[in-house]
Each structure stands twice: as structure tokens, then as C-alpha cells.
Design a protein. Structure first.
Length: 158
């Protein structure tokens, strides 16, 4: 018999042995520089996303800066931070479908440059609707969708 597939919430709470601090891998040094990098626990990414107030925004890179400061490292892993934001989004939708109201406002977390994340629940359409409800303007630039003047709405999260 196959093992039961983990729920998004289980994935979010499964920190394995994270957070972990590692030397920046050789193949990432060109992009990230020298020093150490934190591989965050999924729940840390979720907590930062939860702290973004209505009308405010954050980017994955800003989340990485917060994680690096908290762990006293040069940077945070861009790959796992992005994956954990995605897990946080789906775990939030899962909790909502169960009638729980401890939502993670994942739609306020953007990709670099204020870009919407097509991998979030409901895709671009859903994220755009939720952002517009909070007063943001979303425009299409080529194939990408971006929040206009997103920098003016960035949350100040330490």
C-alpha cells in the first residue's frame, strides 16, 4: 500500500532539520556572493508572510533579507524560500477550506520586481483579484503581471 500523501499543512510544519546554516554553494557564489546562507524552515517563511498587513506587500527577496538578518547570514536560499512560500499559500487555502481562519495572506508576497506568482492557488487571476481588493493596481507587462508602484507598499518587516 502507498503511503498517505502529506497535506500542505503537514508539509508546512515539517521542518526536517531546518533551519540550517551552510556555506554558500560554489555554483551559487557568482549570484549570491561569499559567506553563509540559511536554508529556512517552511514555518519561518509562513510567519514572515503572515506578518504583512493588509494593503502592504513583500517580495520573496525581502523575505530572504529578513531571514538572513535573523540568522546572521549573508543570504537565505532563494530556492527553498520560494518553495516554502508556495507551500504556505496552499496550506493557507487548505486551512480555509476546513473552516479555519488563520489565513496566511500569501497574495501579498510577490516575486522580484513586483511580479505576481502564477504558482499560487488560483493562479494569477486569484492573486490579482485579492490584491485589487486591497487597493493595488495590477498591469500586464508582456507575459508577466506586476503590481504598479509595488515599492511604495512594501511592508517594513524586521
Amino acid at each position: 500500500m502507498g503511503t498517505k500523501k502529506k497535506t500542505w499543512q503537514e508539509k508546512l510544519l515539517d521542518s526536517k532539520d531546518l533551519p540550517k546554516i551552510v556555506d554558500i554553494p560554489e555554483k551559487m557564489k557568482k549570484r549570491l556572493g561569499e559567506g553563509t546562507m540559511v536554508i529556512p524552515a517552511p514555518i519561518e517563511v509562513d510567519e514572515i508572510m503572515k506578518s504583512v498587513p493588509e494593503g502592504k506587500l513583500i517580495t520573496i527577496n525581502h523575505i530572504r533579507e529578513v531571514l538572513a538578518r535573523r540568522h546572521k547570514t549573508a543570504t537565505a536560499c532563494p530556492i527553498t524560500t520560494g518553495i516554502f512560500a508556495w507551500i504556505a499559500a496552499f496550506a493557507s487555502e487548505e486551512r480555509k477550506s476546513e473552516g479555519k481562519n488563520d489565513e496566511t495572506p500569501y497574495w501579498r508576497t510577490l516575486k522580484k520586481g513586483g511580479e505576481l506568482n502564477e504558482k499560487y492557488p488560483g493562479g494569477i487571476e486569484n492573486q490579482m483579484n485579492l490584491l485589487e481588493k486591497e487597493g493595488h493596481t495590477v498591469v500586464q507587462k508582456g507575459k508577466k503581471y506586476k503590481v504598479v508602484d509595488f515599492e511604495k507598499s512594501l511592508a517594513n518587516i524586521e
